[in-house]
Write a protein that binds this ligand. Structure first.
Ligand SMILES: Cc1cc2nc3c(=O)[nH]c(=O)nc-3n(C[C@H](O)[C@H](O)[C@H](O)COP(=O)(O)OP(=O)(O)OC[C@H]3O[C@@H](n4cnc5c(N)ncnc54)[C@H](O)[C@@H]3O)c2cc1C
Ligand SMILES: *[C@@H]1O[C@H](CO)[C@@H](O)[C@H](O)[C@H]1NC(C)=O
Length: 532
């Protein structure tokens, strides 16, 4: 019987893990290396070893109603996209509301996690922790790893010829905090992910020029979506997900590409990704206007550096370069685990349901938040926690080895369909499909058909409205009485922060215009009928 659970890390995933353990009557102990909660979202002016580091201008790229955890909506006066300190405030509110802090041991690093000698019978783990230089060993029935995936920088200096000769400043995006000290400088940013583009748009008001080098191009979503509402409110819905996943792949991809290019023409700006397969987008609204004003310039792949300049694959070069920032991303690992526990293979899946290491005899170790959806990671983390804690208790059964490999194969096929742009993409996943897959096993997946019969108002919102996490608290284990209310009132919370000046004019299409349109249509039909 699983009772004591070790949670490693007190970022938002770790907090969700503690909460899920308590909900299932388990006894969590959370170990956090730093002296506070929040993980990545706790901004500090200097990057700390062992903790992800963010820049001061960071704003969430998913909106609050999509991003919040399932039984804790964000306050209605919070903006829709949160500056990092606001999201940190949310983490704090969550921890205090559910009284999670007393389960966390701060300044305690987990250094070693080993299977106990009788693991094949008990499934227990021996965990070695270090607090202020003092080592302690404890036995746990299960472990939840919530250590994040944005801490260890990928800094591929060896693969750039001539970089050793370069005399200017070289940084990894992890070290970038503010656009200070870049006045009048020529900056090259290598890598066009979310962070690279964020830093480019942050810097370009100070720097003389910012060059942004990309190998493959990107799709860019703007926070401002349809009619100026947050992009994800119309993008992350069950209905759209259903269309994307039932339409033939070529049509689904065409629809997505059209959606992207309807915002602005990506090929006009020189950033459209090549290839027929869809590439996951990033979120930034400033990029196109900065490209129009020439303060940011897109460049192809870097060929080589010299002492003061950089040459690109297309033969062009930029002289008098002052700074190079590598926004080349992060890698993950589990330094406290033996390799035989998790055999990492990022080109194939190595975690059953992206949580349980494939090949582990007893499913008592869960990896939380090691996913890259087009949507918020924390919502997936939370549902993974709810799934894993029920699995620990035996309320969800592990399938046979054959079913497990079928599951992994299905997953790989889905990734090939959507994310085949890179080989190392096992963390990529379809947001809604994955949530529903876990929810089905927990017993909390909303039954839309039944809902239409019993509560059509709610059903319409669940199917066509934003697919937020409250939907997984409507029924089943962990049901939250406030879930329906949260779904029905979500637009109030979306609109509230902008009601700082009351507009009296009705902005909606007046009825008389509808009537005019109708007459025009009838006349048109008549004209066509007469002519033919
Ligand atoms: C620049 C940037 C912007 C992002 N923006 C968004 C966004 O807008 N929306 C979104 O959904 N996601 C975003 N993400 C993804 C982000 O990873 C998730 O939002 C989320 O923070 C993940 O939380 P976590 O708890 O899993 O990991 P983290 O927040 O990284 O927390 C991990 C914690 O584990 C601790 N830890 C690690 N190792 C040990 C150890 N051995 N012993 C004890 N403690 C340990 C660390 O100190 C840390 O506190 C962004 C990521 C980056 C890098
Ligand atoms: C938000 O930013 C993070 C970090 O850069 C990235 O991993 C994630 O894919 C982004 N989300 C979306 C929806 O673009």
């Amino acid at each position: 019987m699983v009772k004591n659970v070790a949670v490693i890390g007190a970022g938002i995933s770790g907090l969700a893990a503690i909460k899920s353990c308590l909900e299932e009557g388990l006894e969590p102990t959370c170990f956090e290396r730093s002296d506070d909660i929040g993980g990545l979202w706790r901004f500090t002016d200097n990057s700390e070893d062992g903790r992800a580091s963010i820049y001061n201008s960071l704003v969430t790229n998913v909106s609050k109603e999509i991003m919040c955890l399932s039984d804790f909506p964000m306050p209605e006066d919070f903006p829709n996209f949160l500056p990092h300190h606001k999201y940190f405030e949310y983490c704090r509110m969550y921890a205090e509301h559910f009284k999670l802090l007393k389960y966390i041991r701060f300044k305690t690093e987990v250094c070693n996690v080993q299977r106990k000698s009788d693991f094949s019978v008990t499934g227990q783990w021996v965990i070695e922790t270090k607090t202020n230089g003092k080592t302690e060993t404890t036995i746990f029935d299960a472990v939840m790893i919530c250590t994040g995936q944005h801490e260890q920088p990928v800094f591929p200096l060896d693969s750039f010829s001539g970089i050793k000769k370069f005399k200017g400043q070289i940084l990894h995006c992890r070290q970038y905090k503010r656009p200070v000290g870049f006045d009048g400088k020529q900056v090259l940013i290598v890598g066009m992910g979310n962070t690279g583009v964020d830093i480019a748009t942050d810097l370009c008001t100070k720097a003389a020029k910012v060059y942004l080098s990309t190998r493959t191009g990107v799709w860019v979503l703007r926070r401002l979506g349809q009619d100026g509402y947050p992009w994800d409110l119309s993008f992350i819905t069950r209905f759209r997900s259903w269309i994307r996943n039932t339409a033939p792949p070529s049509i689904a991809r065409w629809l997505l590409k059209k959606y992207m290019n309807d915002q602005f023409d990506h090929s006009f700006y020189g950033i459209q990704p090549e290839g027929i397969v869809w590439k996951e987008p990033l979120v930034n609204e400033e990029l196109p206007s900065r490209l129009l004003s020439g303060t940011i310039v897109i460049k192809p792949e870097v060929k080589e550096f010299t002492e003061t300049s950089v040459c690109f694959e297309d033969g062009t070069r930029v002289d008098n370069l002052d700074v190079v920032i590598f926004a080349t991303g992060y890698q993950f690992s589990f330094p406290f685990l033996e390799e035989s526990v998790i055999k990492v293979d990022d080109s194939k899946g190595f975690l059953y349901k992206r949580v349980i290491p494939v090949g582990l005899q007893k499913p008592t170790l869960a990896v939380i938040g090691l996913v890259l959806p087009i949507g918020p990671i924390m919502v997936l983390s939370e549902l993974q926690c709810r799934w894993a804690t029920r699995l620990f208790k035996g309320l969800i059964k592990m399938p046979s080895a054959q079913e497990k490999s079928q599951d992994l194969a299905r997953d790989e096929k889905l990734r090939d369909k959507w994310f085949a742009t890179s080989k190392d993409n096992s963390r990529r996943t379809d947001y809604t499909l994955y949530l529903d897959d876990l929810a089905l096993q927990i017993g909390v997946k909303p039954n839309i058909f039944k809902l239409f019969l019993t509560d059509p108002v709610l059903a319409t919102k669940v199917l066509f409205g934003p697919c937020n996490s409250y939907q997984y608290r409507l029924t089943g284990p962990g049901k939250w009485p406030g879930a329906r209310e949260a779904i029905v009132t979500q637009w109030k919370r979306i609109k509230k922060p902008l009601l700082t000046r009351v507009v009296k004019d009705d902005p909606h299409f007046p009825l008389t215009l509808h009537v005019l349109w109708f007459f025009w249509f009838v006349v048109l039909l008549g004209a066509i009928w007469i002519m033919t």
